[in-house]
Write a protein that binds this ligand. Structure first.
Ligand SMILES: Nc1ncnc2c1ncn2[C@@H]1O[C@H](COP(=O)(O)OP(=O)(O)OP(=O)(O)O)[C@@H](O)[C@H]1O
Ligand SMILES: Nc1nc2c(c(=O)[nH]1)N=C(CO)CN2
Length: 164
């Protein structure tokens, strides 16, 4: 069994369409998908808001590398051009965790190192798996409780947008 948590993000073009494209790439393995959230950009702040969502997927035939490749293929299909780090993009698929796998290979860091500091990942993840634990970091509910209220407020659920 290989159960992965994937974070999806888009802030260019047809944002919802690109999230749907990513989800369609994993739909046969889909266990759960969060609501869509409109989030203020972190990192490079002078860029459009993102749409973010998190999904849990499970496929015994795929290991962590296969999840990375699946995400990268979806990014390519969305016409993503690799430019600025933390800059705008049509589609970003981050592999947040895969089972308890730990990796310090720069091509696939696991768990994804940004996760503990990103309400834009923790909030949608907690919506679909509130008792989840981030390997090496603890329960995501505790990580979320440690985020400043000012950051939490920049992650807004968009009930009018649906991925499921
Ligand atoms: N867990 C992971 N999920 C997705 N890509 C990863 C992961 N760990 C390392 N990478 C590598 O990161 C590179 C992609 O980086 P990218 O440009 O998407 O970074 P970013 O999204 O701007 O920043 P961040 O990784 O902090 O979210 C790829 O080369 C990929 O191999
Ligand atoms: N809110 C938000 N900000 C971001 C995001 C993202 O997915 N959501 N992704 C980035 C590129 O890694 C940079 N900044």
């Amino acid at each position: 069994m290989s159960r992965a948590v994937l974070s999806l993000g888009s802030n260019l073009g047809d944002r919802l369409g690109f999230l749907r494209l990513a989800l369609d790439a994993v739909r046969p393995a889909l266990v759960a998908v969060s609501s869509v959230y409109e989030t203020k950009a972190w990192g490079v702040e002078d860029q459009p808001d993102f749409l973010n969502a998190v999904c849990v997927v499970d496929d015994p035939a795929r290991d962590h590398w296969a999840w990375l490749r699946t995400g990268q293929a979806a990014e390519q299909a969305a016409g993503r051009v690799r430019e600025l780090r933390w800059g705008p993009r049509t589609l970003d698929v981050d592999v947040v965790t895969v089972d308890g796998v730990r990796s310090d290979d720069p091509e696939l860091l696991l768990p994804h190192p940004g996760t503990p500091d990103r309400a834009s990942v923790l909030i949608p993840w907690a919506e679909i798996d509130p008792t989840a634990v981030l390997p090496g970091h603890g329960p995501i509910a505790e990580l979320l409780a440690a985020r400043p209220e000012s950051e939490i407020a920049t992650v807004r659920r968009r009930p009018d947008l649906n991925l499921a």
